[in-house]
Design a protein around this ligand. Structure first.
Ligand code: MG
Ligand code: ZN
Length: 217
């Protein structure tokens, strides 16, 4: 029985990988740089994307696929910034998959877009297994999740391209040590770039935006 379940899962992931590859080809063909933003609910994914949009939208054409559980709510936050936004309805799923991204891409004029942000569903476990066709995987973790949260979710840190430890300004209030979180990430993935950010520290937000821009030139 267990064997059977595992086999189904393998087939599902294989089919997803194939679709992710075709999404990637479509993105490359249209010269779109796509980022998959993963992290728990409340880690600050939406806010970090909003900040990036505000800083980049004069120079780049941006679209967002909003897949968080409150997709419609987050989508309206992005729409207010004047960027093309698609709310991907995941239903009861706790992650985005390549099929949902394929459907969302069909609703975007791809030739008019330079950067695509994909806000994944708030979850640190299964988004790891589902490639979407993105160029870059970003994991956001906030100090309010507790400074043991990194070691509890090793795979997402091992498989991401950038890690952001967010809300570091409230570390003391939530008794979390962001330098422990950074050290834990380094231990899991020695080569991953790590940013410590706070919405109240403009310099830290600028580093996040500079990181994105480093892929656009
Ligand atoms: Mg969100
Ligand atoms: Zn899931």
């Amino acid at each position: 029985m267990l064997m059977h379940v595992v086999n189904i899962n393998k087939d599902v992931l294989k089919a997803n990988n194939e679709l992710a590859y075709s999404n990637r080809k479509l993105l490359v063909k249209n010269r779109i740089f796509a980022m998959n933003i993963m992290g728990a609910i409340g880690s600050g994914k939406t806010t970090l994307i909003e900040e990036a949009i505000n800083s980049l939208k004069e120079r780049y054409r941006i679209a967002v696929i909003a897949g968080d559980v409150v997709a419609q709510m987050d989508a309206s936050r992005f729409e207010k910034l004047g960027v093309r936004t698609v709310a991907a309805n995941t239903g009861r799923e706790c992650h985005l998959d390549a099929k949902l991204v394929e459907r969302s891409l069909a609703n975007i004029d791809l030739e008019d877009i330079d950067i695509l942000f994909i806000e994944n569903v708030g979850n640190l476990i299964c988004p790891v297994d589902y490639k979407l066709g993105e160029h870059l995987r970003v994991v956001v973790v906030s100090v309010s999740e507790g400074d043991d949260t990194v070691l509890k979710h090793p795979m997402i840190f091992r498989t991401s391209d950038l890690a952001i430890v967010n809300k570091v300004d409230i570390s003391e209030a939530v008794s979390a040590d962001p330098s422990k979180m950074k050290a834990d990430i380094e231990q899991l993935n020695p080569s991953i770039p790590i940013l410590l950010t706070s919405i109240n520290d403009r310099i830290s937000i600028d580093r996040w935006i500079e990181y994105i821009e480093s892929y656009l030139k």
